[in-house]
Every structure is written in C-alpha cells, then in structure tokens.
Ligand binder design. Sequence first.
Ligand SMILES: [Zn+2]
Length: 344
Amino acid sequence: MRLLLFLLLMGVAWAEVSTQQEVALGRQAAQKIEAESGIDNSPELNRRLQTIGQSLARVCGRNDLQFQFKVLATDEFNAMALPGGFVYATRSLMRGMSDGEIAFVLGHEITHVVQRHSIKQMENEQMRKVGLLAVLVGLSGGRVNQQSAQLAGLVDQVLDSRFSQADESEADRLGTAMMARAGYDPAFALVALRTLAGRHNSETPAFVNAMLGTHPLPLERITDSYSYIPPLAYSAGANVAVVPSVPSRVRPLLERLTQAVVQSTGWRQDPTLMSSCRGQLDNMNLDREGFLLVSPAGEPDNSLERRLLTQEVAQRLLRGGVSRFGLALRAGAEGERLVWLKVR
Ligand SMILES: [Zn+2]
C-alpha cells in the first residue's frame, strides 16, 4: 500500500486496477443497484438463475472471482453485470426466457466481467487521474467513508459507462462459446438475440450498461451469430434432466409447446397454409397425427435451423415430462418450412 501511494505521489503512471479493487468497486455499485431495484427472492427464479449462472461461472476462465447471481425485482426486461462478478437478471427476463436463452444472456454478461470491459475503460480514461486512483487505493484498504463523495463518482462512472459496439460483439461471441462449454446448445444464442430484439423498450431503461440499452439491438448482432454459432461444439450434459413419460399430459403439452415455439422462433401458425400443407404430409411419409407448424421462410442455415428447433422443442418437452419425440423439417412446395412433431 505504501509503495502504491509512493508511486502515485511520484506521478508514476499506474494504470492497472487489481482484482481486489475491481471487486470492491463492483460491490459498491452492486449495493446501489440493489437498493434502487430491490431483490426478488422467489425460490423458483433464484434456483434457475443459480443453476445456469454457476454452470457458466465454472467454465468462464476467471477463477479469481466469486460470481454471484441475483434476480432484480423489476419488470424491466434486462440483465447486467458489474465489475468483480456481480451479475443480475430481472424477474421479467427470468420469466420470459427459456434456460438456453438465459444461458446466453448470462454468458454475455459474464464475458463483460471476464474481459474487464468496464475496468479497461476506466484504466484508459479517468483512472489515470491520480484523484480517482487514490480513491480506489483507499477503497481496497477499507477506508471508504472518508472518500465517499469521490467513491460515489466512481460508482456512477461504472454504472453509466457504455460498452462499445466491439465490446458487445465480443460479449456475444465469447458468451456463446462459454454457454457451449457449459453444456448449453449455442443455437439458443440466436433465440435469445431475437427475443431481446423484440423486447427493446424505447423508454429510458433503468440501467445504462445493461443487456438492452437505449438503442435497439443492432441487427448485425443477430446476423453475426450465424457465423460463430455453427462451428461451436457442445455436449448436453447435466443440464438436461430426463423425466419419465406421462402420456396423459401430451395433448395440453402440445398446445403449450406450439405457443412456446411460435414465441421463441418467431415462426407462425397460419391456419390456411397449415391445412393446405397437411396434404403434403403423405408425400413426406410422416404420421398425420403429428403437430404441424409452418414458417414462411426458414433460417438461411439449414443445419442451424434444425438444431435450434430440435433443442428448443426438446427442452420444453423434457420440462413438460415427455422424453421421446420425433421431429422432421421439410421445405414445402412454396419454399415455406414445415415442421412436423410427434410426442410419444
Ligand atoms: Zn453487453
């Protein structure tokens, strides 16, 4: 400590923020966020968040941090991470996304922490100013109260800083690779990005440096995912629990599933198109008892489309208590995509 102060007094450029300082600063910002939004302690949302978050934290590559995940009690659809590993998802986001989508959002947020995006900004700008550096030195030494005004300024800077487009792209790409390492199908990155693009709120959001900011999600973030998702290998491990089949649940499940797939993929059920397409099932050698969904235009990448849909359907079925299903994907006569699904 004495050496650091000495270096500061000597005007030696000191641009590195230590992990201890990073955590101390993040904790201050976390207290502010939690005081403003409140924490939702409902067991179901927290259990999901912890399971997904910790499985990502284990493979994120920063063992010097203890990541913590909390649900913010706000109806804003958003997520954010603070330096030091304080990660938040709002209860609205937790309720509105599947596990795979949440894994992408958390992977993205954790990547901001792992890559020290906020800290790098500070190191490049304000942190070079001796006054702010001294605050951080005091902060890591526990003398917070004496410099509370400057500290508040630093915390505000963390909360108000805006990630660059390059940082956001890196968080998408590395976050998707992280979810794949943790056993989540990276195809869910695409589902999540679409969901986020649809949830943009033009009103000023509660957090500036969050998953969704004041600007719409740039469409390049969706199209970029076509290039980095397909090469990623992954193996579904402990994250998917196989539940014994319960046939009586199948009918209502199919209805819920239809809604879920429509919501998460953006595909639609067009009754006219569906009835005309049903006739094509015979040519496809498929069982007429299946459930049929039609998309006017599929994904440009066929293999990605199949994985995306298969995994989306599989997760929802398994959660609903069905462990076996058949799924087929065909191009219709007019170029539309037909999805046939049968639950066993
Ligand atoms: Zn981001």
